[in-house]
Design a protein around this ligand. Structure first.
Ligand code: G1P
Length: 304
């Protein structure tokens, strides 16, 4: 059922059409994907991750306020002139490199009908090729090789591959959740997905393995998306289309543990910002000193 020699994965789709209501008022006039983590907008981490995995063609699905996204990955001659004049060569190189990072395309979702619908509008651009989907609420550490490993798995087996991670039971209702089955003779990180449910009640969840916003999908997903009826929240869910796909061809879960930052909610976003700042060579040590001082001053560790 799956193709004999899988095509390489050179395209990625990044849905960025959500309204970002959890981050209002910051997202009133800019997409949430432009919120910075330390000094880079979230979407830049996602684009860089795709590029690291060998992808050079990126389709960003936008909604309203797409202008800043486009501007971010475009030349800015005025700024470049200013930086060049003042001899700020490092900043200049960084700004220029952003416009060369990949072939970036934009398409509008039109109506916000859900993640599955956002992916379906990529059909024409993606064509008859496997492709990656990267969701911006999940940011991967620069050292993460999850997407590369997922693409390598697709190349070996021709299957769609979904990134999954174990989460506590009380968090399952925020995620797609899979029913995994071990496969003999393959790497332990890989499981066969027997079923997938969007945002289950934890009592009914098929396991604690939750979908983490990285997918490598075969183009057959588009037919499945056409068939899907509105699901959780009245939206066209990608999870439901994957549920149809796995009845027709093998869909694998790639299990990983580390290197993922959640930025979907304010508290997660704050935690991710702190963690990422601590990881930075240029900021980490000074920031750590500050945090230690803060903890002491506020007596956060009690008397111990
Ligand atoms: C989406 C998907 C869900 C997945 C999650 C990962 O949900 O629908 O299956 O587990 O991303 O972040 P959202 O966070 O958009 O509600």
């Amino acid at each position: 059922m799956t193709p004999m020699s899988p095509l390489p994965v050179t395209k990625a789709v990044i849905p960025a059409a959500g309204l970002g209501t959890r981050f209002l008022p910051a997202t009133k006039a800019q997409p949430k994907e432009m919120l910075p983590l330390v000094d880079k907008p979230a979407i830049q981490y996602v684009v860089e991750e795709a590029v690291r995995a060998g992808i050079d063609d990126i389709l960003i699905i936008t909604g309203r306020a797409k202008r800043s996204l486009e501007d971010h990955f475009d030349r800015n001659f005025e700024l470049e002139y200013y930086l060049a004049e003042r001899g700020k060569s490092e900043e200049l190189a960084e700004v220029q490199a952003l416009a060369e990072i990949a072939d970036i395309h934009y398409v509008r979702q039109g109506e916000p009908l859900g993640l599955g619908h956002a992916v379906s509008v990529a059909r024409k651009h993606v064509g008859d090729h496997p492709f990656a989907v990267l969701l911006g609420d999940d940011i991967m550490d620069q050292r993460s090789r999850v997407l590369e490993a997922m693409i390598a798995t697709h190349m070996e087996r021709g299957s769609s591959v979904v990134a999954v991670k174990e989460v506590p039971t009380d968090e399952l209702s925020s995620y797609g959740c899979i029913k995994p089955e071990a496969i003999d003779g393959v790497a332990a990180e890989l499981v066969k997905i027997l079923d997938i449910v969007e945002k289950p009640d934890p009592a009914d969840a098929p396991s604690n393995m939750a979908v983490m916003g990285r997918y490598v999908l075969t183009p057959e997903i588009f037919d499945a998306l056409d068939e899907v009826k509105p699901g959780v929240g009245g939206e066209i869910q990608l999870t439901d289309a994957i549920g149809i796909l796995l009845q027709r061809q093998e869909v694998l879960g790639y299990c990983f543990t580390d290197g993922r930052y959640d930025i979907g909610r304010k508290i997660d976003y704050l935690q991710a910002t702190v963690q990422m700042a601590l990881e930075r060579d240029d900021l980490g040590p000074a920031f750590e000193d500050f945090l230690v001082r803060l903890v002491r001053e506020r007596g956060l560790l009690g008397d111990t």
